[in-house]
Write a new protein. Structure first.
Ligand code: GRF
Length: 198
């Protein structure tokens, strides 16, 4: 059984690379990447996908995203550094089948304006001792869907938003493939993967 992933990204794409590497190494054996979509033509992740001979498309609206996901028979949508908030229509079309990764221990430091360096600045300003990352299901409320997995890191006295982001990113790369693998297994048991091939 192989679950067809559709990756949405806007930039660097290091989480996408970690997922692709996990598939290649056999750590994520129940998935394949059907397509990588980006709203930014210059996204490095698009270039990486092309080098790996994965289908890509640059999209500018949620209608186009939905068309592309359907055309590529995507079972599970993976947001990997996608910087736009998706319409309720799109979120509902992939209800229970869309995952996101966020660089904090949700529900702390989540929500509409909590993106990129802002998250880590806020964590440091609040003198938190711990931060981390969260993989969650995407629902209409930003960063508020059911949590599927988390990993934590220590916030050290000398940490800057950059060093903290880097530490957390390393955890993201391990966490995301693992949570995807486990979630696919759950979906498969529930027989909710219409496009998956045996
Ligand atoms: C990650 O920190 C992720 O948590 C957030 O956006 C960043 C994406 O990084 N949603 P990359 O493009 O995967 O390198």
């Amino acid at each position: 059984m192989t679950c067809r992933l559709g990756i949405l990204l806007s930039g660097r794409g290091s989480n996408f690379e970690a997922i692709a590497a996990a598939i290649e190494s056999g750590d994520l054996p129940n998935a394949q990447i059907a397509v990588v979509l980006s709203n930014k033509p210059e996204a490095r992740g698009l270039e990486t996908a092309k080098q790996k001979n994965i289908d890509t498309a640059v999209i500018s609206s949620d209608t186009e995203i939905l068309d592309a996901l359907r055309k590529h028979r995507v079972d599970l949508v993976i947001l990997a550094g996608y910087n736009r908030i998706l319409s309720t229509e799109l979120v509902n079309a992939y209800a229970q089948r869309m995952l996101n990764i966020h660089p904090s221990l949700l529900p702390a430091y989540g929500g509409k304006n909590m993106v990129g360096a802002r998250v880590h600045q806020a964590v440091i300003a609040a003198a938190e001792k711990t931060s981390g990352c969260t993989v969650h299901l995407v629902t209409a409320d930003v960063d508020a869907g059911p949590i599927l997995g988390q990993a934590s890191v220590d916030v050290d006295p000398g940490d800057t938003p950059e060093t903290l982001a880097q530490k957390i990113l390393q955890q993201e790369h391990a966490l995301y493939p693992r949570v995807i693998r486990d979630y696919i297994q759950q979906l498969a048991l529930l027989e909710k993967l219409p496009h998956a091939s045996v």
